[in-house]
Design a protein around this ligand. Sequence first.
Ligand code: NAI
Ligand code: MG
Length: 499
Amino acid sequence: MPAASRPAKKTARPSSRELVFGDLWEFDPAPETADPKLKTKCDLFIHGQFVKPSAGKYFDSINPATETKLADIALATNTDVDLAYRSARKAYDSVWGRMPGAERGKYLFRIARLLQDHAREFAIAETLDGGKPIKESRDFDVPMAAAHFFYHAGWADKLEYVSPGRSVKPLGVVGQVIPWNFPLLMLAWKLAPALAMGNTVVIKPAETTSITALKFGEILQEAELPPGVVNIVSGAGETGAAVMGHPAAAKIAFTGSTEVGKIIMRSVAGTDKKVTMELGGKAANIVFDDAPLDQAVEGIVNGIFFNQGHVCCAGSRLLVQESITDAVLTKLKRRIEVLRVGDPMDKNTDLGAINSKEQLNKITELVESGVREGAELYQSPCRLPSKGFFFKPSVFSNVSMSHRVAREEIFGPVLSVLTFRTVDEAIEKANNTAYGLSAGVWTDKGSRILKMSTELKAGVVWANTYNKFDPTSPFGGYKESGFGREGGRQGLIDYCREE
Ligand code: NAI
Ligand code: MG
């Protein structure tokens, strides 16, 4: 920060306890400056080509950190979606469904390597379009997306081990709709297993983050993937409904809100489509009194503030054992005070922009409800940029199970703290939710970890860590968090017929 815009220093140097944000560690700006090679007009990717939308309509994609327009994104109508499905069907029948797995694997390896080659461009494009800090898109989203293609490339010639004793066959054409929180990574999670298994795909990115998905079409061209194997159609809910409801889809896969998941389930009821859903969450991060507290605090911060809390498995409820509540809250607040919130393109930024105005409004509304219902709100003293969509890291204490902030998915940097006394109470409170995607347990006791991991109704339970991902490890939910798994051998089963 230039000296002129620094806050005036106090005359007497404050003692370390009185230091406030801004007095500590003033970093110079460290903006990422490489060229992401963005197109200003992004067309649909159908049958291996970028094609104009049939109705000629486009919508804006903006940079949520600056509110400036980045590109025109093609709006796919039912006609375009239908064209995409016909192309996918043709590619399945004539090429991809018949190709030996080892050959398909070569394409997947090529895609993975090309993603690595273009990693920097993709990271910058992801950050500009979605608002997440560049250090996350650079160090997490893009490398993990490549890792998913590498992992599934390795499976493509070993599919006889997916379901030992049975043979597996591809399903045909798969329809997929993905959200805006990990745009490229969710695309990789969806495409890689589907393609390894021999399916062809029609996929729709979220309307606020279509740029990296459509840019991925360029990777597919460079990899010389046969036309029609992957078709990318952009648009909002109506386009999504057309992708999910198309009669040619043998299977549909959705990641997004529970509300839309339910609408889709109703629309496909009575058809023989195979369905997998990855929906919301309200995960509990549970800290016992024997946990290493500094590590736990890092885990709590990572669990809820990673990607501005735009994470379905975010540790949005902290369950802390009563005897250590004050100690944990004090450490937590000190850690939050030094989180850097602001320009996502700055390499030092910890929390970037909220993905959209709508999401910011939703977070604001839920936080207001928490205050109204009597929970105690603490917010980081950080300064927010004057333009763009930002929200201060926030912690609610004195939360009760009936508060909306304890029950509803906020999908923002907002933590709700509840307390417990016994193991059974922790389990009861953690499971007392409509969701069941993930949970975290912090304790020194191995036996307690094992007990918690069997009793918690959550698809993933992390122990003494949080938000760790690996393509080999299946991910998915219980209850209203959905069904089906992504990643690992289990994820492949959801993309095949077992005979
Ligand atoms: P959303 O569920 O509306 O959007 C996710 C995807 O579904 C987007 O690609 C969207 O275009 C598509 N979509 C919307 N309506 C559709 C329909 N009728 N048929 C088929 N596809 C449709 O989520 P939204 O409105 O962006 O966010 C609302 C809340 O949902 C968030 O505040 C968060 O709580 C939750 N959410 C959860 C996600 C997760 O990863 N589990 C991801 C995104 C949102
Ligand atoms: Mg955008």
